[in-house]
Design a protein around this ligand. Structure first.
Ligand code: GLU
Length: 419
């Protein structure tokens, strides 16, 4: 499919980038073909009793894209748009993300098609436990290790761990990451994705010769990734002028008090609507506000061929998975906007998941300062590798990131071989 064609499928959007990188680096076509086909796709039906006594059937997915560099790793998403294609795309992104971040993992993703806001805690617990049980032969501490994603958090991870421990008859906390601290989680994991966004922002600003202090940022999304990213960016002296979530978007040219915004959402059902520290603006205006740094940290497909031209930022740091469509890439590139791609920019989460898994295996837990300093090193190393690949191949950071990842995955495929 050509660069300019519309990609109706998210997995095709992944393949479009894979093809561009493969061509540029001369990737072995057999390796490319292996990566075009996910290793394992599991779909389950989950009949669950609702609070009113009725039984509803939910669709659950887990796709293992690749295990060439180690056991597969990736989150579990609860959202209405979860489907086989989306999960397959997200799983493939995990393969590339783990390779970019130099983690000994392949890639996977799972999800359940549901609106988490439409269910009671009891219903969510039963649905989650049913999913964990249905996936008991997929998940494993050295096989496939899930984690949180959109719509899930430590709470769901704890239920899944408990269910797996019961069926396996042993306590193996490393079978899942993103757990609450008291049951084997890692210090620093909760903020890790946002923290990775912050480190990648600083790395990119350095290369661009822009001083972080006083630079203006807009952050779209105020969930786990967006809120931590906004807070950590402002702690670096970056002036966050715009924020938004699914309920409302806000702009304040003098900067928004992020601590106040987080305190507000904590007392307001986790949403921004009603925040008074900035002026409310239409949601579609947030991404195109005047700023130096744009952090899309909410949904996929928000930077498209329709709005890319209106973006004013000099730097985009993709906190979300897949926020930019392949059709928007050439527009961003022609505007000379530097875009730190999702598979690098949001790899901070899975990097600290890896630290959590290592600590679980060792049964020995690190102080937060140790997690954070190891995190800094890993992120900076990944950023430098991607930067170097983009320079060597005279391409964007996105394609540079794919090349950096594919070079490592190609070795895994070659060394492990095939039948
Ligand atoms: N769901 C997160 C991601 O997309 C984290 C995955 C993990 O920690 O395994 O990167």
């Amino acid at each position: 499919m050509s660069q300019t064609a519309q990609h109706n499928s998210m997995f095709e959007a992944v393949l479009a980038r894979l093809d561009t990188a493969a061509k540029l680096m001369n990737l072995n076509p057999e390796v490319a073909n292996i990566l075009r086909n996910p290793a394992r796709q599991v779909k389950v039906s989950l009949p669950v009793v609702m609070d009113n006594g009725s039984i509803r059937v939910f669709e659950g997915y887990r796709t293992v894209h690749s295990t060439h560099l180690g056991p597969s790793k990736g989150g579990i998403r609860y959202a209405m748009d979860v489907n086989a294609d989306e999960v397959m795309a997200l799983a493939a992104w995990m393969t590339f993300k783990c390779a970019v971040a130099n983690l000994p993992y392949g890639g996977a993703k799972g999800g359940i098609q549901l609106d988490p806001r439409a269910h009671s805690v009891g219903e969510l617990e039963r649905i989650t436990r049913a999913y964990a049980l249905a996936m008991k032969d997929v998940f494993g501490v050295n096989r496939d290790i899930p984690a949180p994603d959109m719509g899930t958090s430590g709470r769901e991870m704890a239920w899944i761990l408990d269910e797996l421990n019961k069926v396996n008859g042993e306590d193996a906390p490393g079978v899942i990451t993103g757990k609450p601290i008291s049951i084997g989680g890692s210090l620093g994991r909760d903020a890790a994705t946002g923290r990775g966004v912050m480190i990648n922002t600083l790395c990119a600003l350095e290369k661009m010769g822009i001083t972080a202090k006083g630079a203006k940022a807009v952050v779209q999304g105020f969930g786990n990734v967006g809120a931590h990213a906004a807070r950590l960016l402002s702690e670096q002296g970056i002036c966050v002028v715009g924020i938004g979530d699914h309920t409302a978007s806000y702009y304040n040219a003098n900067g928004i008090d992020i601590t106040a915004a987080i305190a507000y959402t904590n007392s307001n059902n986790k949403v921004l609507k009603g925040f008074t520290g900035a002026t409310e603006i239409p949601a579609d205006q947030l991404l195109i506000q005047a700023c130096d740094i744009l952090v899309p940290a909410a949904l996929q497909n928000v930077i498209t061929s329709s709005n890319a031209d209106a973006i004013k930022a000099k730097l985009i740091v993709e906190g979300a998975n897949g926020p930019t469509t392949p059709e928007a890439d050439p527009i961003i590139n022609s505007k000379k906007i530097i875009c730190v791609p999702d598979i690098l920019a949001n790899s901070g989460g899975v990097t600290v998941s890896y630290f959590e898994w290592v600590q679980n295996k060792a049964g020995y837990y690190w102080p937060e300062s140790e997690v954070n300093s190891k995190h800094d090193l890993k992120m900076r190393e990944a950023f430098e590798q991607v930067w170097a690949a983009s320079q060597n191949y005279k391409t964007s950071l996105r394609i540079g990131a794919y090349i950096a990842a594919l070079q490592k995955i190609e070795q895994g495929v070659r060394l492990k071989g095939a039948y």
